[in-house]
Design a protein around this ligand. Structure first.
Ligand code: HEM
Length: 223
């Protein structure tokens, strides 16, 4: 069920990139709202899983063998599309496998944030050239030179600033999912290692508080 939702979110975010490319802000907003609604459902479903006690989960955990969230290539695709291009993620999939090819394709493609910056530039906003020409295989990094452009939007363009707010919702929604997932893991398997071979909860905690769009968080202090 989760994989279906991930597939749908991927599909909608790909479409969002196309809409931004076309400069269609109204439909972009609409598509983002759909993604946010799906994400709320995905997070809420964790409540159901948490009704399972640790002993109930352990009774079938052995049967999962090496089955793990690490196998969710769609989640990695989502991370790459959203700008978290960590090359370690790629290494977990056998070379030549379908999953690996899909993630490699995402690595080479621009992220949603790139699509958004190009949209701003197409509107004549002063997006720094190095951001528009950046190596898209690299993760999105904080870019203080972009902040005057973003703060100007917040101050003078309510329509576009609501699109920015929905991107913050998207970012926060993913962080919420990560937080709920790690708490579910802690209460279900404690500090046991993961079936995918990671440190388990300790590893998952390192993925918290890593925003996809760091600039949108940084400018809060500047507004
Ligand atoms: C009680 C149920 C669950 C437990 C105990 C659990 C446990 C874990 C653990 C220990 C990891 C770290 C990787 C590893 O070594 O395996 C992990 C990663 C992951 N799990 Fe779960 N999980 C559960 C349910 C779910 C569900 C329902 C989903 C839905 C999609 C999910 C998706 C993921 C994803 C995408 C990752 C990779 C996260 C990352 O690397 O940032 N997990 N999980």
């Amino acid at each position: 069920m989760y994989e279906l939702w991930f597939k749908q979110i991927l599909h909608e975010l790909d479409y969002l990139c196309v809409l931004l490319d076309r400069g269609d802000e109204a439909r972009s907003l609409h598509t983002l709202k759909r993604v946010l609604t799906i994400l709320k459902v995905v997070v809420a479903q964790i409540d159901v899983l948490e009704t399972m006690t640790p002993l109930e989960f352990l009774s079938f955990r052995a049967r999962l063998e090496s089955g793990s969230g690490f196998q969710s290539f769609q989640f990695r695709e989502l991370e790459y599309l959203l700008g978290a291009k960590d090359p370690r993620a790629l290494a977990r999939y056998p070379e030549g496998s379908d999953a690996r090819k899909r993630i490699e394709r995402r690595l080479a493609e621009p992220t949603l944030w790139d699509a958004f910056l190009h949209h701003l530039a197409a509107q004549g906003r002063a997006v720094p050239k190095e951001l528009l020409e950046r190596d898209v295989t690299q993760p999105i990094e904080l870019a203080p030179a972009l902040h005057p452009v973003l703060t100007e939007i917040y101050r003078k363009d309510p329509a576009l600033s609501s699109l920015l707010e929905r991107l913050v919702d998207l970012d926060e929604g993913f962080q919420e999912w990560r937080y709920r997932h790690v708490k579910m893991v802690e209460r279900t398997i404690g500090t046991r290692i993961g079936t995918g071979g990671s440190e388990g909860a300790a590893y998952l905690r390192t993925t918290l508080n890593r925003p996809f769009f760091p600039d949108l968080w940084a400018i809060r202090t500047e507004l």
